[in-house]
Design a protein around this ligand. Structure first.
Ligand code: GLU
Length: 315
């Protein structure tokens, strides 16, 4: 079965699965329509297929983390960023308060402490342009201009007490500068960037295509930093399901509490799913089922010696 037919098949198979619960992390997120469901694929050479509520925009939440990490790597180099944030999975909740590694760094850039420190690094030095630099960079990956959902942003800023606690502790340990409140504000903006599944699949396809956006031809990330980002996604992208994810699905991926998932099949394509009902670890219930099944159907696990099905069977 070709991928276009396959996503329609999976959409029909899971569309009536209403298990799980929408995130109640803050009011504006809890208010989304729980039944929305869409799937998109963008291939490394730019073909795109979607099914379901593909026009529905939602806040990117934690799927932003690999892209802000990529921007910090681009602006400051990996040695500098690695001094500030590690690369080990934590086995702790993504918003746990706060655990540092033996080098006194947050464990990795996919948990909130590491992600906020990473976002705090963003800035080319030009005054007051950090938000524009960040949204512009995400837009390069998506191949269109992205916006911030002001209601989501305001709701999280007002209610994100754990993240406020995390930055105060990070500041206490001298892991953030005196600008830590502005840095958290930038992080809240980053999490509130609006995308649909086509955008996410295009962002993922840029990672799958050696860092070059397949639609615009723009180079977004160099090969060395791309390898860093994909490595972190493979080991730390799926909350406390990351180990099991590598075991069962075996591709770099990232999940967010708004119900999105992207998975990247390097050299081939990226697949995104949006379905807001989450399991107890914070992953989209339908999203996990779809991704597991896609990996099995096409033999996508990167450690499988047979390798993925040939491109002509998939596309
Ligand atoms: N904005 C959310 C937070 O920082 C993102 C969480 C997520 O998607 O994992 O808590």
């Amino acid at each position: 079965m070709k991928i276009e037919e396959c996503i329609h098949y999976l959409y029909e198979k899971y569309k009536n699965d209403l298990s799980g619960r929408v995130s109640h992390s803050f009011p504006a997120l809890a208010a989304v329509d729980p039944d929305l469901f869409s799937l998109s694929v963008v291939t490394a050479d730019g073909k795109s297929f979607s099914v379901g509520d593909k026009e529905s925009l939602f806040s990117i939440q934690s799927i932003s983390k690999p892209f802000s990490y990529a921007l910090a790597l681009k602006q400051h180099g990996s040695e500098f960023v690695e001094e500030k944030v590690g690369m080990e999975p934590t086995g702790e909740d993504y918003d746990s308060i706060i655990k540092l590694d033996d080098l006194n760094r947050p464990f990795n850039p996919m948990v909130n402490s590491g992600a906020i420190v990473t976002t705090g690094l963003i800035g080319s030095g030009v005054k007051n342009t950090k938000k524009d630099e960040l949204v512009g960079y995400f837009s390069d990956f998506a191949g269109r201009e992205l916006d911030i959902d002001q209601e989501i942003y305001a709701s999280e800023r007002e209610n994100g007490h754990k993240n406020w606690a995390i930055v105060h502790l990070l500041r206490h340990f001298n892991l953030m500068t005196k600008d830590f409140k502005d840095d958290l504000d930038l992080y809240f903006n980053q999490c509130s960037i609006l995308v649909n599944t086509e955008d996410l699949a295009m962002m993922g396809a840029t990672l799958a295509n050696g860092g070059v956006n397949p639609k615009t031809g723009k180079s977004c990330i160099d090969p060395k930093n791309l390898r860093h980002v994909l490595s972190i996604l493979l080991t730390c992208g799926m909350y406390n399901y990351s180990g099991e994810w590598v075991f069962d699905v075996g591709v770099p991926a990232k999940s967010g509490i708004s119900g999105g998932i992207i998975m990247i099949i390097p050299g081939l394509m990226a697949i995104s799913v949006y379905s807001p009902r989450l399991d107890k670890r914070g992953n989209s219930v339908r999203g996990i089922k779809v991704c597991e099944e896609l990996s099995n159907i096409y033999n996508l696990h990167i450690l499988d010696s047979a390798g993925p099905n040939s491109t002509k069977d998939i596309l």
